[in-house]
Design a protein around this ligand. Sequence first.
Ligand code: URP
Ligand code: ZN
Ligand code: ZN
Length: 477
Amino acid sequence: MKTLIKNGTIVTAADTFRGDVLIDGETVAALGAGLQAPDARVLDARERMVIPGGIDVHTHLDMPFGGAFSTDDFQTGTIAAAFGGTTCIVDFAIQEAGGTLRRAFDTWQRKAAGKAVVDYGFHMILRAYSDAIGAEMAELVAQGVTSFKLFTAYPGVFYLDDGSIFRALGRARDIGALICVHAENGLVIAALVQEALARGDVAPRFHALTRPPLAEAEATRRVIRLAQLAGAPLYVVHLSAAEALDEVRAARAEGAQVMAETCPQYLFLSHENYEEPGFAGAKYVMSPPLRSAARQEELWRGLRNGELQAIATDHCPFNFASDKQLGREDFSKIPNGAPGIETRMSLTYDGGVAAGRFSVNRWVELTATAPARIFGLFPRKGTIAPGSDADIVIFNPGARTTISARTHHMNVDYNPYEGRTVTGVPETVLSRGEVIIENGRFLGKPGRGRYLKRAPQGAGEANPWKTVPQDASPRTR
Ligand code: URP
Ligand code: ZN
Ligand code: ZN
């Protein structure tokens, strides 16, 4: 089966040009002007951009957390992703307390099998570190799980001490894995939470007030230093505070191998959302929390100039009417997380490209190409090139849409961006050559998504240090 995408503006991280894309089966066969393929299905991309499908490297589907399960499973979550122009995800499998990594890997494979509609990989969350776990990490790398998330937050749940983090970093360095860190000082936060609750400060806004930016900056700096001591690269997930970005910037200037992602919620929402009437602030309870709008522009600047390497979502939806109510009397019992898998591409096109903050090529790089390189998926994913998987989005840069829970496809009863109108809409979405979204309809089949074995760090082109920050004036032809 051949498909010919005609007359589009093809955009990759490096280039913008008018032309056609010929797809043969699941992969891209050719790019060029005036391509002919009489036996191909033709998709007209006039006045549209043709971009690599988005890659969201931070999702939590069907995840147990805080007394609830995230409400999107691999079926609803990946369908919503596809509607939003994301054709590949990397989700977080979680080691059970005292459990093996193998068991967690098998559990997450079962969660995804028969359900996922786009291709997926897994990171692994470590709850502890020991020699036995270090040995298992190498087995997982052989299975394509080449990144591991550690937490300096959530004492008693995911928290790891500095010695364990240092040992895991050293092990990752030796086996070609990448350590990802949730950097907030969990012990300080626990003390602040205790003080707030003792004062009777139980409302959702105290979630943010007890997780101050300095608690994120301190942990970010500390783990960067641990990574430097171990001689290992580090990826900071969901960076939210400008103070933490200051630490990343300073370390990168010293030559530290540190990368960081931010998420749309930290670019578009702010701690003012916690002041919404009644208990509505609970919709925005996530960790790290939303920050001051006054410093958001620093994150945008970091995305533009290469201090931040990727935009992911941390999609972790909980229903407001039920799950979030667990914390009515105590903000610390509100399940942490919010939905976003469907809105990332349009929001960041709107706020990034349409608003003139960075180029369309930088947008593709931040949302697809760099995540693919960093997490061992490039060049199979993250670009449009002969031989790459035909994960492609025909994107209408002129269309506008208003975000709403009434029309979104995520399995959650609210949308944090309710009523926001954005410019830029993914219209037709192909996953490995198959049209799965067209004319506002999902055409794929649950279970068609495949598990992706990701390459280890430094293997071939999957080397994040080849990710070159782009300026705002890309080459065009
Ligand atoms: O609030 C959040 N971010 N929930 C998901 C778990 C995590 O820490 O990423
Ligand atoms: Zn986290
Ligand atoms: Zn997360």
